[in-house]
Design a protein around this ligand. Structure first.
Ligand SMILES: Nc1ncnc2c1ncn2[C@@H]1O[C@H](COP(=O)(O)OP(=O)(O)OP(=O)(O)O)[C@@H](O)[C@H]1O
Length: 269
């Protein structure tokens, strides 16, 4: 397979189950969060992952980032199987797959000024000299459209939108190949959501990144995605080019999300 079309990340029949005590103290129940998912993240493309709360989006994303081992199935990074990751492999993939979480207020250390927050991943991974790291920090803050003066601010001194820009800059610090953005605009004021979406899509194009964009809101996902995977009950019920999913949805659940049909829950739930 040519490197152009080889997926950056591929999941094959990934399943994730959790033991949950909510079913009773004596006998834990199994929660089947992801029930057999196949998914490809292609170079330079944005894969949108959409579905209602609890459908398994975040768990799928965590498997992609190596934050959650699958119960069964396989995970590939650029064709190499990385399902069972050694510490070295985790560190290597941690450098090239970065995550942006929903709430920048909790993702950033409240006591670290922005400069330190951006420097931190480079120090942890021992990247560059001190001078190179300082130059990269200046570059990063510009990339996300913040003035250099923001480098001396604490997260609490910034607005929600500015904090998310810092979280994005931090995610870019190690020059990743993939950004996994898990509901990156849900905690923000409506007025700044479009700015953050535009920033992510601009950065994706400018830096040639692949992106996995997760949201419960199909209208947000449609704005940024090249392909869309619709999840329901731990399964992908429909996937394809964004235009096709939006203009010609096949699955009743997708139509529900698009507001074209009454609520229909997948039988797996
Ligand atoms: N660590 C865990 N232990 C037990 N159950 C879990 C765990 N993580 C997730 N789950 C359960 O797995 C299912 C899928 O959760 P997941 O967070 O992946 O869904 P989601 O679509 O991202 O929803 P949300 O947007 O609300 O986070 C849910 O029923 C959730 O309660």
């Amino acid at each position: 397979m040519s490197t152009e079309t080889q997926p950056v990340i591929e999941l094959k029949d990934v399943k994730v189950s959790f033991r949950s005590r909510t079913g009773g103290i004596i006998k834990p129940t199994l929660v089947h969060a992801v029930r057999g998912v196949n998914m490809k993240v292609l170079p330079g493309q944005t894969l949108g992952l959409v579905g209602e709360s609890g459908c398994g989006k975040s768990t799928t994303a965590k498997v992609m980032c190596g934050l959650q081992p699958p119960t069964s199935g396989q995970v590939f990074f650029r064709g190499e199987e990385v399902t069972k990751r050694s510490a070295n492999m985790r560190k290597r993939i941690g450098r090239v797959v970065s995550v942006v979480f929903q709430d920048p207020a909790t993702a950033l250390n409240a006591r670290m000024v922005v400069r330190e927050a951006l420097m931190d991943p480079m120090q942890v991974h021992n990247v560059g000299t001190k001078e190179e790291r300082e130059a990269r920090v200046e570059e990063l803050i510009g990339l996300v459209g913040l003035p250099a003066s923001a480098l001396d601010a604490l997260p609490g001194q910034l607005s929600g939108g500015q904090r998310q820009r810092v979280a994005i800059a931090r995610a870019l610090a190690l020059r990743p190949d993939v950004i996994v953005a898990d509901e990156p605009t849900s905690a923000l004021d409506v007025s700044v959501r479009a700015q953050i979406l535009n920033l992510l899509t601009d950065l994706k194009t400018e830096l040639g990144l692949s992106m996995v964009f997760i949201s419960h809101d199909i209208q947000t996902v449609r704005y940024v995605s090249d392909t869309i995977a619709v999840m329901n009950g731990g399964l992908v019920v429909e996937e394809g080019p964004a235009e096709q999913i939006l203009n010609n949805p096949k699955d009743p659940y997708t139509r529900t999300l698009l507001g074209a049909a009454p609520t229909l829950l997948h039988p797996a739930i």
